[in-house]
Design a protein around this ligand. Structure first.
Ligand SMILES: Nc1nc2c(ncn2[C@@H]2O[C@H](COP(=O)(O)OP(=O)(O)O)[C@@H](O)[C@H]2O)c(=O)[nH]1
Ligand SMILES: [Mg+2]
Length: 330
């Protein structure tokens, strides 16, 4: 009985061991085969990868991004900004591994992402601001002919429609017919205007307008100023005085979107006084409005409004997506 059991056990052990040896040797072979397979697969993957993937080179990027640079400049983006953008994209993408045939797509994605970042600006709600502090004083400044007076009329008209009361301050006491121009708007919109004679101190005119608003419980004072240019040293001083005396709640820089290269200089120049928000005008003339990109890149200030025409209704909130689509043409 015991012997039978022992024999069975031996048979069993041999069987197992035998199998075990067999299994062992097969697995060795298998292991080798597996290894070879893996090696060839890796090789194949490597080749496939090399065929379908590639590294973006600086030359290639230069070519694609030079096209971008040119189209940005054509859209009135300042040269300096277009070049900076190109350089930083080259730095970001140089040596990046991409699927063949997708090079352009990858670069375009990067362009869109970086433009989106530039336009990721702080937001401002004029209505909330006004509700927080009344009378709320807004001073508009900018270069000659940028559209300050027209924009003031548009903003006043918009605010009246939203139920706020407004008074205009004829702070441009310098340019011929500027007071009459603002008066005409005030009459048409149906808002009061505070003015003095030409040559008067604009800081005093704006001060009077604020006193008037306080007395009459008017919500908003919209102050016009004379257009500046680099040579107007005294006008610049005058603007500083306006700010010092009246401490505006909002200093708005008005920029003609056709400005091109000079937008950068204007933004730097006026930023000496401190810009709180920007308005871009004349987008109806050049809907690409590259100045928006240049100035936003430099100042990182909220865009209060964009204007696109000569009528009071031609004022709207900035739409980043729409702007980028227009600028890039895709
Ligand atoms: N097409 C167009 N013209 C505008 C716009 N804004 C202002 N203007 C015109 O630009 C010129 C100068 O505007 P104005 O308000 O007097 O500029 P200011 O010197 O800065 O006060 C005027 O003829 C305006 O009618 C705009 O958004 N589109
Ligand atoms: Mg004016």
């Amino acid at each position: 009985m015991f012997e039978v059991l022992k024999k069975k056990l031996k048979e069993l052990t041999e069987k197992i061991l035998g199998k075990g040896v067999e299994a062992e040797s097969r697995s060795e072979e298998e292991k080798k085969a597996e290894k070879d397979k893996r090696f060839f697969l890796t090789l194949k993957e490597g080749i496939i990868k090399r065929v379908i993937e590639k590294k973006l080179t600086r030359e290639e990027l230069e070519a694609i991004l030079s096209d971008l640079e040119i189209s940005l400049i054509e859209a009135d983006v300042a040269y300096e900004i277009a070049r900076n953008l190109k350089e930083s994209l080259i730095k970001e993408l140089d040596g990046k591994e991409v699927k063949r045939g997708r090079e352009k797509e990858i670069v375009i994605e990067a362009i869109r992402r970086s433009l989106n970042e530039i336009l990721d600006l702080p937001k401002i709600s004029l209505e909330d601001e006004i509700r927080r502090k009344r009378p709320y004083l807004i001073v508009f400044f900018g270069f000659n002919g940028s559209g300050k007076t027209t924009t003031i009329a548009k903003v006043a008209n918009l605010l009246i429609k939203k139920g706020f009361s407004c008074v205009l301050a004829a702070g441009d006491t310098f340019r011929a017919a500027s007071i009459e121009q603002l008066e005409e708007h005030a009459k048409r919109i149906g808002v009061p205007i505070i003015k003095q004679k030409y040559g008067a101190d604009p800081a005093a005119v704006i001060f009077d307008a604020r006193k008037y608003a306080e007395a009459k419980k008017i919500d908003v004072v919209l102050a016009d100023t004379a257009g500046r240019s680099y040579t107007n040293e005294n006008l610049m001083e005058e603007l500083k005085k306006i700010v010092r005396v009246n401490k505006p709640d909002l200093k708005v820089l008005v920029i003609d979107s056709l400005t091109g290269n000079d937008a950068v200089n204007q933004a730097k120049f006026f930023n000496e006084i401190g810009v709180d928000a920007v308005v871009f005008t004349k987008l109806d003339v050049n809907e690409k409005g590259g100045a928006i990109l240049s100035v936003s890149y430099l100042l990182k200030k909220p865009i209060l409004f964009v204007c696109d025409g000569q009528n009071y209704e031609d004022i709207k909130y900035f739409d980043k997506e729409e702007f980028l689509n227009n600028l890039l043409g895709f």
